[in-house]
Design a protein around this ligand. Sequence first.
Ligand code: AP5
Length: 217
Amino acid sequence: MRLILLGAPGAGKGTVAKLLTQIDGSVQISTGDILRGAVQAGTELGKQADAYMKAGDLVPDDLIMGIMETRLQEPDCAKGFLLDGFPRTIPQAEALKVLLNKLGIKLDVVANIEVPREEILNRLTTRRTCSNTSCQAIYNVRSNPPKVAGVCDKCGSPVIQRDDETDEAISKRLDTYFEKTAPLIEFYRQEGLLLVVDSPASEGVVDAIQQRIAAGA
Ligand code: AP5
């Protein structure tokens, strides 16, 4: 499958993407995970992105498009891809459209995961993430804790709170989402690709996406 997952910070994009990868081997491409990996590795990209991320701001579009132009042409994307956290602005969406046309790739669906703001705040303050950048498994101390507190079930690395999970950064990320990313909902509605999903369970979101893809196939 080839799809975009839209939604506010904490809507569950990463959780749903990980479930979808188990269905047909499509790869999850999370720009947030790529950037956190670059920050931890201390690469030039990571140095440029770090301050934006800690403050809850978006990383500049040209840096993101540089990453994605390369990533989408890697061989594993031939099986399908789930874009998690990209595009995030209208210029990114327009650049992606040009890139996909050039590569001859059609998207199946753009799923917007809708979650009430109060629930989003709950989820973000209780989320924990595996600190191993090649794992980045997602947990929640309330709804999905690791089996051993503080230890990743999958790779045994410490499970931590992200640098952008301070109250100040969460509030800034939500403001940035409504200003810069929410307009993508209308963009993709006009492209005829939008699916709005408001299931409270991630499995319900996955089912709705599969049904839409099956109906369109
Ligand atoms: P990114 O990593 O993309 O963060 P985000 O969009 O803010 O999304 P999150 O990862 O916070 O949430 P999510 O929707 O994936 O939810 P999750 O599944 O974890 O980006 C981070 C930063 O990188 C940005 O602020 C920006 O600086 C930069 N960046 C990234 N991409 C960029 C781009 N394209 N352009 C510019 N800058 C970019 O779930 C959240 C929690 O809820 C978890 O604890 C989970 O267990 C729990 N949960 C999930 N689903 C459910 C459910 N159904 N019921 C109960 N709990 C649930």
